[in-house]
Design a binder for this molecule. Structure first.
Ligand code: DAT
Length: 184
């Protein structure tokens, strides 16, 4: 880590958390819950991409936006440097490593995920692509390659009980992070 990166991370009085995982694993639902219990600000990057045009057009074949990494980074940089955010996105390699204090990768059983994506109305090609992404644990590998192994944690997200457990665990982690910060 460079000196500049150290300074930025030390200046934050609230942590930044990234919740990532294959579409349908429960990122947005969990982030909304955690935002309520911790006061962290939920940043739904997929929603911002659409609303603020942080993309290079729409891919008709895959029915998804072709994201523009630079536009996304520019949009989020100031907020993330301040800290106190819980960021929700299905990819994690585009963000600077220095932004995050914790990276959580949600994982869902294939059958459950299939049903969730079908209910969402995804076309078959997009369902298959996402199920394969989950089977080959692509996002987990991406997270391990992009961030320090100590801050990357895999969380199961199959049931409402899992969601509740995950939310409590994150709330505890935020409390600990803040009290460690005060003692520094
Ligand atoms: P994502 O943001 O990862 O695309 P989501 O939060 O929109 O996923 O959730 C997709 C659907 O699955 C939604 O209807 C809520 C449901 N869901 C999410 N996490 C769940 C969990 N742990 N147990 C049961 N249902 C869950």
């Amino acid at each position: 880590m460079s000196d500049i990166e150290n300074i930025e991370s030390e200046e934050r009085i609230n942590p930044n958390i990234l919740i990532t995982g294959t579409p349908g694993t429960g990122k947005t639902t969990l982030c909304e819950l955690v935002a309520e219990t911790t006061g962290l600000i939920h940043i739904d990057v997929g929603k911002l991409v659409k609303e603020k045009g942080l993309h290079q057009g729409f891919d008709q074949e895959y029915q998804s936006y072709i994201i523009d990494d630079d536009k996304i980074i520019d949009e989020l940089e100031d907020k993330l440097l301040k800290g106190g955010n819980i960021v929700d996105f299905h990819s994690c390699e585009i963000f600077p490593e220095r932004w995050f204090d914790l990276v959580l990768v949600l994982r869902t059983n294939n059958t459950i995920l299939y049903d969730r994506l079908e209910t969402r109305g995804y076309i078959q090609k997009k369902i298959t692509e996402n199920i394969e992404c989950e089977i080959f644990q692509e996002i987990l590998e991406e997270a391990k390659e992009s961030y320090s192994s100590e801050i990357v944690i895999e969380l199961q997200s199959n049931s409402l009980q899992d969601m509740e457990n995950n939310s409590i665990r994150i709330e505890e982690w935020v409390k600990n992070w803040k009290s460690n910060k005060i003692q520094e």
